[in-house]
Design a protein around this ligand. Structure first.
Ligand code: DGL
Length: 281
């Protein structure tokens, strides 16, 4: 348990993901809260999380959160469905008094939106196999059939900066065809990498199928959490952005810039310290 931090609204907001997917959440945060300074950490050296052991995911998220807090983060957005599902409770235990905003696939809005009463959720294997998504569906499906599809390959495409073309269509086909055959009319993008493939996904499924994600909802929730604790910035100046990666910044930086609407340089900041025994659960 780590306590005793002084929080101040002038401090930056911390955001992290297994890699560059969280930039889709960051985009919404920047639009909604342009005055906030932001520290973004991409754990590219350990991406994808979707195939990793839950304990390893928890360890990585503790290390990253500690780094962000050491750099003055006043709250942390876990811009990753997989990490949120595997680690958010653990993070709240390790860092009490710090607000962690987590992400979950947009099952609730999808259930409200569907007319065919069939919804598809595309997420990483870890998220699909996790308790959290099962609970979300059991609690909120309300009689709507929710089909989950464990996607492999999509995260790697986004990480490589491949957002369209044959490789993307080939990867999407086997994931989306069963959903379309089952008659879903809403597809939930349950991984923060997937919004970068939205144009291709929408083109593949056609205009009768809505494609939704959690980006705007998470930005709204972040703003609400900051305001509740008097941590939101009120002045109008544009906040700065610091991008960090656990991998080689020379390789990751150009792809990050391609995915972003604002210019920011990236630096390598590895967090490979052995996790303290107390953090291992
Ligand atoms: N972007 C992440 C998510 O929202 C994780 C992708 C991965 O590393 O597998 O689930």
């Amino acid at each position: 348990m780590e306590t005793g931090r002084i929080l101040d609204r002038r401090h930056p907001l911390g955001v992290f993901d297994s890699g560059l997917g969280g930039l889709s959440v960051l985009r919404e945060i920047r639009l909604m809260m342009p005055a906030e300074d932001v520290l973004y950490y991409a754990d590219n050296a350990f991406c994808p999380y979707g195939l990793r052991d839950p304990r390893e995911i928890r360890e990585r998220t503790v290390l990253i959160s500690r780094l962000l807090l050491e750099q003055g983060a006043k709250a942390i957005v876990v811009a990753c469905n997989t990490a949120s599902a595997m680690a958010i409770e653990h993070l709240r235990e390790i860092f009490p008094g710090i607000a962690f905003v987590g992400l979950e696939p947009a099952v609730k809005p999808a259930v409200k939106l569907t007319r065919s009463r069939r919804v598809g959720v595309l997420a990483t294997p870890r998220t699909v196999a996790g308790e959290r998504l099962r609970w979300l569906i059991e609690t909120h499906a309300n009689g709507v059939e929710v089909r989950t599809v464990a996607a492999t390959g999509l995260v790697e495409l986004v990480e490589a900066g491949v957002l369209s073309g044959e490789a993307v269509t080939e990867a999407l086909g086997p994931l989306l065809d069963p959903m379309l055959e089952a008659g879903v009319d809403v597809i939930v993008l349950g991984c923060t990498h997937y919004p970068f493939l939205r144009a291709e996904i929408e083109a593949y499924v056609g205009s009768d199928v809505a494609v939704i994600d959690s980006g705007v909802a998470i930005a709204r929730r972040t703003l609400a959490v900051l305001s509740r604790f008097d941590l939101d910035r009120e002045h109008q100046a544009a906040g700065w952005l610091r991008l960090m990666t656990s991998d080689d910044a020379e390789t990751v930086g150009p792809i990050a810039r391609m995915l972003m609407t604002e210019d920011a340089s990236m630096e390598s900041v590895p967090v490979d310290v052995v996790v303290a025994v107390a953090d291992r659960r």
